[in-house]
Design a protein around this ligand. Structure first.
Ligand code: COA
Length: 324
């Protein structure tokens, strides 16, 4: 009998430095008004030199383990979604493993851009279901400030840095649909759309570390369509109705996309978790950071049905439905 992955802990980390729209507009041809109106973003956190993907991931993972009442010895695997790793190798996940004092099991990084956390959660859920691991840290950690062209007003105003983590633990066989845990994940990708959102370099390309390039309108168009499909797919697969969803925890790229998804589900605004106004788009960290905030302030509670969705460069997109 397959096991169910329970989400027993969640935590986040945000860099100390906050950069407001006003601060950006001092050196860039943009305005607080334009950024707020088009995206809902008012500020973002920007990492200092010591706040690397591994550093922030470790802080978020510690918080998730603390909430779960778990220790380093309970961690079998660490799956870390990032597009901004500390090094080409070892995997940032293994730097985190070392900093947490985990001395067994395994870990690896996963690259799926802004949908990375959903992908990582899906892989972890599968490993727990088949008995390959009992305790898995799933982390999204990003320092996009290091891959942004700070002269490009069309992209640099949209992103921020941060990390979010969840701890998944195997629970006994649970087949009833109301049982807690990860109910489903659905993943999608379309590589032919790779050129609408990408980084034009990497460590594998000589002298080209790369900066982020985006066709905002095209990404927006695909996001609204694909995410709406993903929401329906998750509900149909679980035999659930829109009204069954207690919380939408969407990827935080743009308030207009988030609002469209909330309307699609018929959810009142207060049932949609929004952090994009303060965090901007933290890519793979955005969903677990939003989840961490809503759990910490008592909005999301045990037994609530939470729908997460994200879309990112690749294109990659998908959903996860979790009963807390
Ligand atoms: N400040 C002021 N003006 C800006 C600006 C900024 N930061 N960025 C772009 N502009 C200007 C453009 O130069 C353009 O000017 P022009 O008409 O004189 O050429 C104008 O604003 C409109 O640009 P456009 O890109 O068409 O705006 P938009 O309404 O599509 O909004 C985004 C731009 C990026 C906010 C929007 O397309 C978006 O959110 N896309 C999705 C992005 C996303 O979610 N990415 C991450 C996915 S993981």
């Amino acid at each position: 009998m397959m096991k169910r992955a329970l989400l027993t802990g969640v935590g986040g980390y945000l860099p100390e430095r906050v950069v407001s729209n006003a601060e950006l507009s001092a050196s860039l041809d943009t305005s607080d008004e334009w950024i707020r109106e088009r995206t809902g973003i008012a500020q973002r956190h920007v990492a200092g030199a010591h706040e690397t993907a591994a550093f922030m991931a470790t802080a978020a993972a510690r918080a998730a383990l603390r909430m779960a009442g778990a220790a380093a010895g309970d961690v079998d695997a660490i799956i870390l979604a990032t597009s901004t790793p500390d090094q080409a190798f070892p995997a940032t996940a293994l730097r985190v493993q070392a900093m947490l004092g985990v001395t067994r099991g395994f870990g690896f990084d996963l690259s799926a851009a802004c949908c990375g956390f959903i992908y990582a959660l899906s892989v972890a859920d599968g490993m727990i279901r088949v008995g390959q691991a009992e305790g898995v840290l799933v982390i999204g950690s990003e320092v996009y400030s290091r891959i942004l062209d700070w002269q490009d007003r069309g992209t640099c105003v949209l992103f921020g840095d941060g990390a979010g983590a969840v701890f998944l633990q195997a629970a006994g066989p649970a087949v009833e649909p109301a049982a807690r845990g990860v109910l489903s994940t659905h993943l999608h990708a379309q590589g032919t759309l790779g050129d609408i959102l990408y980084v034009d370099g990497a460590v594998g390309q000589r002298d080209r570390p790369g900066t982020l390039v985006m066709n905002g309108r095209e990404v927006f168009r695909h996001a609204v369509t694909r995410l709406a499909e993903a929401v329906d797919e998750a509900l149909v697969a679980n035999g659930l109705q829109r009204r069954d969803v207690d919380w939408l925890v969407p990827h935080q790229a743009n308030l207009r996309i988030i609002d469209a998804m909330g309307r699609k589900l018929g959810l009142p605004a207060e049932r949609v978790v929004v952090t994009v106004d303060r965090h901007a788009n933290t890519s793979a960290a955005s969903v677990p950071l939003a989840l961490a905030e809503a759990v910490a302030d008592g909005r999301i509670r045990r037994g609530d049905l939470v729908l997460m969705e994200a879309l990112g460069g690749g294109l990659t997109w998908g959903s996860a439905l979790v009963r807390m």
